[in-house]
Write a protein that binds this ligand. Structure first.
Ligand code: AMP
Ligand code: GLY
Length: 419
């Protein structure tokens, strides 16, 4: 079988390695892929949002199955387009990817189907939003409706800050069309849990839970990033909580999407918060999380490609989804300065041992040398019997990844250890 994976980051590298464990897989094409995976797959350089380029490539090459990993192509209808030319895909169609593509849609869905989430108001008019903020409870959370590279969520500690965020989104078009509608919602507190799940539109099978570390600096200081490291499982996510979430959140969401005529097939990511008033949904993503995938897939004992195909064929019920009871930790090595300005083009040197445990994200080959080419450069994952061993081992392995001006948090997993 020949597989095509749309995307080119650490998440896609982890998917690539898991898919290649299936002995039926011959060639894997990455669109675009990156220099760090060039020894393991055919990296085409075709951009993940270049839908015409993707379709042309799929017509010209023998592709049996496609995995669409990032949010943008999913929301743009990449799966719909590939299905039209007869290629089965892992991932939701555009009418279901909207669960991430529009926060207003997902909030209204949760309200309609009584899925617990933060109280909210939706605004399309700047003055109405500003008026509302005169009396809204503070702190408050301002969210751009559409995709905004993970930067469209502002936790405002003051009224002024909230008004500035709304003005930047709605009047200054900081996130383009994504911010012409905003959601203003209740500020929630509590431990966060990420649960990725496989679903064929009817059956939902959660993966092992995980914990992201979104802030750039130690002790959750600094700016929000795409994620500086992850651990799995998440110690806050007990069996009792898992059973409760299945009844109050996971199944109701899958059924709601089906009832709306938008069956969701692929990976549905639940961003959850355990508040003192019970569990609430913070967000849905229509895809694997990054870097959650770099700890979740190394713990998957069943065959990933078989599960993916089951989500496409509607046979997830009878397909095994089994995870190891061990622990995983992923440490991101980033370019110093990320998520703000940073230098790139520095040669990356990895020991053979580190390389085998490292997923490459922001890198390219330049004059035959692998060099840095992004904010998050690599993710190094270790699996061990205990969380503390996994953390220690992930840092030991990450020390085998070297480039100038590199930066990593030193406390990935510490919050989980104290839980
Ligand atoms: P999102 O892009 O929706 O995942 O939001 C990014 C991060 O903002 C989340 O992981 C939370 O840490 C935080 N966040 C989002 N919504 C809320 C909320 N209603 N209350 C508190 N924190 C939130
Ligand atoms: N790590 C969070 C995300 O993938 O959205």
């Amino acid at each position: 079988m020949n597989i095509m994976i749309i995307g080119g980051g650490g998440r896609e590298h982890a998917i690539l390695r898991a898919i290649k464990k299936n002995s039926q897989v011959e060639t894997v094409y990455m669109l675009p892929g990156n220099g760090g995976m060039a020894e393991e797959a055919v990296c085409t350089g075709i951009g993940a949002t270049d839908l015409d380029g993707i379709i042309a490539f799929a017509k010209e090459n023998p592709v049996d199955y496609a995995v669409v990993a990032p949010d943008d192509p999913l929301v743009m209808g990449c799966v719909d387009r590939l299905n039209e030319i007869g290629i089965p895909c892992f991932g939701p169609r555009a009418n279901a990817a909207i669960i991430e593509g529009s926060k207003a849609f997902s909030k209204d869905l949760m309200k309609k189907y009584q899925i617990p989430t933060a109280a909210y108001e939706i605004f399309q008019d700047l003055d109405a939003a500003l008026n509302y903020l005169d009396t809204a409870p503070i702190p408050t959370v301002v969210k751009a409706d559409g995709l905004a590279l993970g930067k469209g969520v502002i936790i405002a500690m003051t009224r002024e800050e909230a008004k500035r965020a709304v003005t930047e989104m709605m009047a200054d078009h900081k996130f383009g069309k994504s911010g012409s509608t905003v959601v203003i919602e209740e500020f929630l507190e509590g431990p966060e849990v990420s649960v990725l799940s496989f679903t064929d539109g009817k059956v939902v099978k959660p993966m092992v839970s995980s914990m992201d570390h979104k802030r750039a600096k130690d002790n959750d200081k600094g700016l929000n990033t795409g994620g500086m490291g992850t651990v799995a499982p998440n110690p806050y996510y007990t069996d009792a909580i898992a059973a409760e979430f299945m009844e109050t959140i996971f199944l109701p969401t899958i059924r709601a999407m089906e009832a709306e005529g938008r069956p969701f097939c692929g990976c549905l990511y639940f961003g959850l918060m355990l508040t003192k008033d019970g569990p609430k949904v913070i967000e849905y993503n229509c895809r694997f999380g990054d870097p959650e995938t770099q700890v979740v897939l190394p713990l998957l004992e069943s065959d990933l490609l078989t599960i993916m195909q089951a989500t496409t064929n509607g046979t997830l019920e009878e397909t095994e989804v089994k995870f190891s009871p061990r622990n995983a930790c992923c440490v991101i090595t980033a370019s110093a300065g990320y998520p703000e300005a940073y230098q790139k083009g520095y040669p990356i040197v990895m020991t053979e041992e580190a390389k085998a445990h490292t997923y490459v994200a922001g890198a390219k080959i330049s004059d035959g040398v692998l060099v840095t080419n992004g904010g998050r450069v690599t993710g190094t994952t270790a699996v061990a019997d205990t969380l503390s061993e996994a953390i220690k081992e992930a840092y030991r392995l990450a020390d085998g990844v070297k480039f100038e001006n590199s930066y990593r948090r030193s406390d990935i997993g510490q919050r989980a250890l104290k839980a």
